[in-house]
Design a protein around this ligand. Structure first.
Ligand code: DQA
Length: 146
């Protein structure tokens, strides 16, 4: 089983940006955490981070026929991007959404997610743990539907 894990804009600034909201751990530490979780669960993983909407769309399209599942934290594009929603729908690869912070308890504009309708589940406000839960949920979903 192969997963693509996508992180959107400013996630590469983890450990530097708004530590009170996103924590002290870096993007490299997040990558290590995700890699370990996947390894423990027999999942091959590809990690992708970009600050550019089109690059994220390209990465989703490139996963067609190559990835069994997509874990995505679209970051700020969550609240704006019909293009990322359409890309997830286009490839029809099971996807799970993750947000480190609780987007429902922050500014009003963060409450709506454009990508949720293309995801089997959303893990919100759990920090790194949200990625673990998303990976396990996707694995279970894929195995059930095989
Ligand atoms: C985020 C929440 C978004 O609202 C924000 O723009 C981010 C990160 C999160 O992981 O909590 O950059 O997706």
């Amino acid at each position: 089983m192969k997963f693509l894990v996508i992180n959107g804009p400013n996630i590469n600034m983890l450990g530097i940006r708004e530590k009170g909201i996103y924590g002290k751990e870096s993007y490299e530490e997040l990558c290590g955490f995700i890699t370990r979780v996947c390894l423990e669960n027999g999942i091959e993983v590809e990690l992708f981070q970009s600050n550019h909407e089109g690059a994220i769309v390209d990465a989703i399209q490139a996963a067609y026929g190559r990835a069994d599942g997509i874990v995505i934290n679209p970051a700020a594009y969550t609240h704006t991007s019909v293009a990322i929603l359409d890309a997830l729908k286009a490839v029809s690869i099971p996807a799970a959404e993750v947000h480190l912070s609780n987007i429902h308890e922050r500014e009003e504009f963060r409450r709506h997610s454009f990508v949720s309708p293309a995801c089997i589940a959303s893990f919100i406000g759990l920090g790194f743990e949200g990625y673990r839960q998303a990976i396990l949920k996707l694995k279970e979903h894929i195995e059930k539907n095989q």
